[in-house]
Design a protein around this ligand. Structure first.
Ligand code: COA
Length: 258
């Protein structure tokens, strides 16, 4: 991997986008490497939670790599968005393993779109977020028009996308775009402590919860029906037997994720 770093710590994996001289801008190679990393970590049963962050102190990701698409045609532009959404943004959103975005600086354009694809976000006080695509004569193409409106409401999304304004971390928190804001030096520790709490719970139940929550945002899918199906399926897992037995025996459950 040339553009990302992967570090395993017990049940957690930290994926760091590592192009600091380009403010971690997402080029094609980085998108492919991220896809492969998320796929491999999801298939590795020892990884319970993934934390995604950017290298350096300045940026999470400052957007899609503008130098790569500046000369694209209409069909190349459409292909760029379609491929990126399939390989990375939709892929992360639907990953059964939880992914937390630790937004450590600028999250602009594709960077904010990537953070929004993660299951939830925390940010450092210096973080700045926005979708500035219209300043380039283009629109967000990695799901930003959809996910920003889902997360902060249609009116706020309209204003942010039309003005291309950046918001700071506290404003993002007040909008519900990020869950917590801490000084930069505490960001990874907070991400790890949340991840550790998640990793103590049943990973098979968490995967079903992710699928059920996401179902609300999918066309033609009834989220309540998905929840009923996944709730029922939980009763057939070893983790359900262990969780309920441990509760009744007044001990801590030891989950296998099966
Ligand atoms: N694509 C490609 N390169 C990018 C980039 C992007 N989205 N964002 C930053 N970079 C590169 C810059 O070109 C520069 O490279 P260079 O040193 O080879 O010239 C390097 O990263 C540092 O960026 P710079 O602009 O010098 O830093 P800054 O502190 O002055 O400004 C930003 C920071 C984030 C405000 C500014 O980089 C920016 O506006 N980036 C583009 C944001 C954007 O429009 N994203 C949406 C893309 S769809």
């Amino acid at each position: 991997m040339e553009n990302i770093l992967i570090e395993k710590q017990d049940n957690l994996a930290i994926v760091t986008i590592n192009r600091p001289t380009k403010l971690n801008a997402l080029n094609k190679a980085t998108i492919e490497e991220l896809h492969n990393a998320f796929n491999d970590l999801n298939n590795d049963s020892s990884t319970k939670v993934i934390i995604l962050t950017g290298s350096g102190e300045k940026a999470f990701v400052a957007g899609a790599d503008i130098s790569e698409f500046a000369h694209f045609s209409v069909s190349e532009g459409e292909q760029l968005a379609a491929k990126g959404q399939e390989l990375l943004f939709d892929f992360v959103q639907n990953l059964p393993t939880p992914v937390i975005a630790a937004v450590n600086g600028f999250a602009l354009g594709g960077g904010l779109e990537l953070a929004m694809s993660c299951h939830f976000r925390i940010a450092s006080t210096n973080a700045k977020m926005g979708l500035p695509e219209v300043t380039l004569g283009v629109i967000p193409g990695y799901g930003g028009t959809q996910r920003l409106a889902q997360l902060i409401g249609k009116g706020r999304a309209m204003e942010l996308i039309m003005t291309a304004n950046m918001i700071d971390a506290e404003t993002a928190k007040s909008y519900g775009l990020v869950n917590h804001v801490v000084p930069q030096e505490e960001l990874l520790d907070l991400a790890k402590s949340i991840a550790t709490r998640i990793s103590n719970n049943s990973s098979v139940a968490i995967a079903k919860a992710i699928e059920s929550i996401n179902a609300n945002y999918e066309d033609g899918v009834n989220g309540f029906q998905t929840e009923i199906k996944n709730f029922g399926a939980s009763f057939g897992t070893e983790d359900f037997k262990e969780g309920t037995t441990a509760f009744l025996e007044k001990r801590k459950a030891i989950f296998t994720g099966k």
